[in-house]
Design a protein around this ligand. Structure first.
Ligand SMILES: C=CC1=C(C)c2cc3[nH]c(cc4nc(cc5[nH]c(cc1n2)c(C)c5CCC(=O)O)C(CCC(=O)O)=C4C)c(C)c3C=C
Ligand SMILES: [Fe+2]
Ligand SMILES: [Fe+2]
Length: 345
């Protein structure tokens, strides 16, 4: 029998520093997130980051936490419920870090008699720190606990017309209410090193101005290319004029070079250079979370206003919008009603 496991990033159990510390410990000790040898990662994470970051992060979580819990988890659950109503295929929801974990999601499906699983990493663009780590952990758990299950993974949908249509519509609806000067597409950043590591050609990705525009099979796993493609396709659908939109990367951590341009500096520059009305969308996430509700809608807004901007419009993620729920449900039904691989790329 076929079933679906939707997987998002996950959040701490509560906004208290001790729970944030447990969550950050699991997240940052992932070798696909902090990708240095284990001894160095342990010193970095347990000896340095976990001594200071949990307090700072907990204060940020406290600003966005809802009565029902973490927005990311609540919104992921709403998305799952919406999809449940549209399809008869059994669906479970898991988080890569924290609860509900991937093992319990697979167990839930197993208990319903599912042995063919469509894994849906809830990320439009591929990254080692997101899609790949989900696939690797799910496969480890399969081999250990569910050897009779088989997996198919939904490919990154950054350029899928169904996805870009829904994203463009969600942005267009907000821009209709707001006479914007500039639309910023702000994606979560990753260290530049991750791009080179994921380059299957070992020579294409230079992380410069041109490699992501030059066709290459490396782009199947190039987060940077896929982010710029999402922007390009959506900008085309919305008929945006050159110079009225741009792409940037947020949430950098540590001292390594991360993908540029950085969102905070871009927002500040736009304000200083005279942009008065700025709209920001974050298409690396399908559910609103700390990175959109606090970092964009609070921090970036403040930076923009201090730099001379007047109006800042935060464009929410797709969350449980009806057209997004319908799109995901249709992809699931297409997969469930064919014999082989998911027909979604
Ligand atoms: C596209 C999605 C994401 C990528 C790529 C990603 C990479 C990445 N993140 C960190 C470090 C942190 N990220 C944090 C929060 C966070 N990250 C994502 C998504 C991606 N991360 C989401 C959805 C969230 C929010 C979770 C929530 O509960 O709402 C945090 C925790 C908050 C903080 O302290 O800032 C850290 C730390 C690294 C190092 C990385 C790539 C190497
Ligand atoms: Fe992150
Ligand atoms: Fe590239």
């Amino acid at each position: 029998m076929k079933g679906v496991l939707m997987v998002n990033l996950g959040s701490p159990k509560s906004k208290e520093p001790k729970d944030v510390k447990t969550y950050l410990g699991e997240f940052l000790m992932d070798e696909r997130v902090i990708d240095v040898p284990k001894v160095l990662r342990t010193i970095l994470v347990k000896g340095i980051v976990l001594n200071t970051r949990p307090k700072k992060s907990a204060a940020a979580y406290a600003k966005i936490w809802w009565d029902e819990g973490s927005p990311l988890i609540v919104l992921s659950k709403r998305l799952k419920s919406g999809v449940d109503e549209q399809t008869s295929v059994p669906i479970a929801l898991s988080m890569r870090y924290g609860q509900p974990d991937i093992q319990s999601g697979l167990q839930e499906l197993h208990d319903k008699g599912v042995d063919e699983v469509l894994l849906i990493p809830l990320y439009p663009q591929f990254a080692m720190a997101t899609t790949e780590t989900i696939m690797v952990l799910a496969e480890e758990l399969r081999q250990k606990h569910f050897p009779n299950m088989s997996f198919t993974t939904l490919p990154p949908f950054y350029n899928h017309p169904d996805y870009t249509t829904v994203l463009a519509r969600s942005i267009g609806e907000k821009l209709d209410e707001f006479d914007y000067d500039h639309l910023l597409f702000s994606y979560h950043g990753i260290p530049e090193r991750h791009i080179r590591k994921s380059d299957i050609t070992k020579s294409h990705c230079k992380v410069d101005g041109s490699c992501c525009q030059t066709p290459s099979k490396a782009h199947q796993f190039c987060y940077r290319h896929q982010c710029f493609e999402t922007t390009r396709l959506v900008a085309k659908m919305l008929n945006l004029k050159e110079g009225t939109f741009s792409t940037s990367f947020q949430s950098r951590l540590g001292f390594d070079p991360w993908l540029k341009p950085y969102t905070d500096r871009t927002v500040e520059r736009l304000g200083i250079e005279g942009t008065k009305k700025l709209a920001v969308v974050s298409p690396a996430f399908v559910s609103d979370c700390l990175e959109t509700l606090e970092e964009i809608n609070m921090e970036a807004r403040e930076i923009f206003e201090e730099a001379g901007g007047d109006d800042f419009k935060f464009i929410p993620c797709l969350n449980d919008r009806e057209d997004w729920v319908k799109t995901l449900s249709r992809w699931i039904d297409e997969w469930a009603h064919q014999n082989k691989k998911a027909k979604v790329s």
